[in-house]
Write a protein that binds this ligand. Structure first.
Ligand code: SAM
Length: 244
């Protein structure tokens, strides 16, 4: 998968050189190219922003510089373009899964009050453009949002996780864990500072372990994110639970 990222702070993306994503890049599973937006600004100050039409505080990123940058980066190609913004559609595990199926993604990192809307209109007529929010809060820029998305997408690519089952059992994973949070996990020793690992996990009985994990996932979801459960239809829950 090819990933292009355009930002005025390319140094934010140093963490994409370490851990799972770093290894995926070394193996060639991921081709990450980070671009400095200011390279497409023409004045001596390398200006990328201007005052907003209609007045108000803050600055808006200029369309001309974004247009030149995107045209050069994509050439005749057609990546799917992702624009992080608090006013976008929510970034979910389902969307991460969908984006992991793309061959080429282009991320446009906004700063200040965001990017002039005509940039999204222009490329929306040629590419698939999604404005995406990573949560109901406001960051200073799109860089951290892109790091979040790249990590969530990258770990779903074939061969990136050591064990593919890890992604299947995750919270929110499609299938049995959809709209459920993963329950508690334990490793050795069986007793630590008086805290014991639940007996069922030491039983070696796969059916009972699966039932227990399912119950814990339901309990945790009810306790912390009850609204997620409301979105699962009762029949899907029953069908899965009858199999356990
Ligand atoms: N004035 C904008 C608003 O209220 O929607 C916020 C602009 S924010 C200070 C600057 C940039 O940070 C945005 O253009 C976007 O790239 C990024 N950003 C901030 N919060 C975000 C979020 N929750 N999800 C994705 N990107 C975000």
């Amino acid at each position: 998968m090819r990933l292009d990222i355009i930002s005025i702070f390319p140094e934010y993306f140093a963490p994409l050189g370490v851990s799972l994503i770093g290894k995926a890049r070394e193996r060639g599973t991921l081709d990450v190219r980070v671009h400095q937006l200011r390279d497409w600004a023409h004045d001596v100050h390398k200006t990328v922003d201007d005052t907003p039409y209609g007045g108000g505080p803050g600055m808006v990123m200029k369309p001309e510089v974004w247009g030149e940058a995107i045209d050069d980066v994509i050439g005749d190609g057609g990546p799917r373009m992702i624009v992080p913004t608090p006013s976008g559609r929510p970034f979910t595990q389902e969307l991460a899964q969908e984006l992991a199926g793309e061959e080429w993604l282009l991320f446009a990192c906004g700063r200040y009050e965001g990017i002039d809307s005509r940039v999204m209109a222009e490329y929306g007529s040629r590419l698939r453009v999604d404005e995406v929010s990573i949560g109901d809060y406001v960051l200073a820029g799109g860089e951290v949002a892109v790091l979040v998305m790249v990590e969530a997408i990258g770990r779903l690519l074939p061969g990136v996780l050591g064990n593919v089952r890890s992604a299947v059992d995750d919270s929110f994973a499609p299938g049995a864990m959809r709209n459920l949070l993963e329950g508690p996990v334990y490793t050795k020793p069986p007793v630590w500072r008086g805290h014991e690992v639940p007996d069922v996990l030491l039983s070696g009985h796969h059916g009972k372990v699966a039932r227990w994990r399912r119950d814990q996932a339901l309990r945790r979801t009810v306790a912390t994110r009850p609204e997620l459960l409301a979105e699962i239809d009762a029949e899907t829950l029953d069908k899965h639970d009858r199999r356990l």
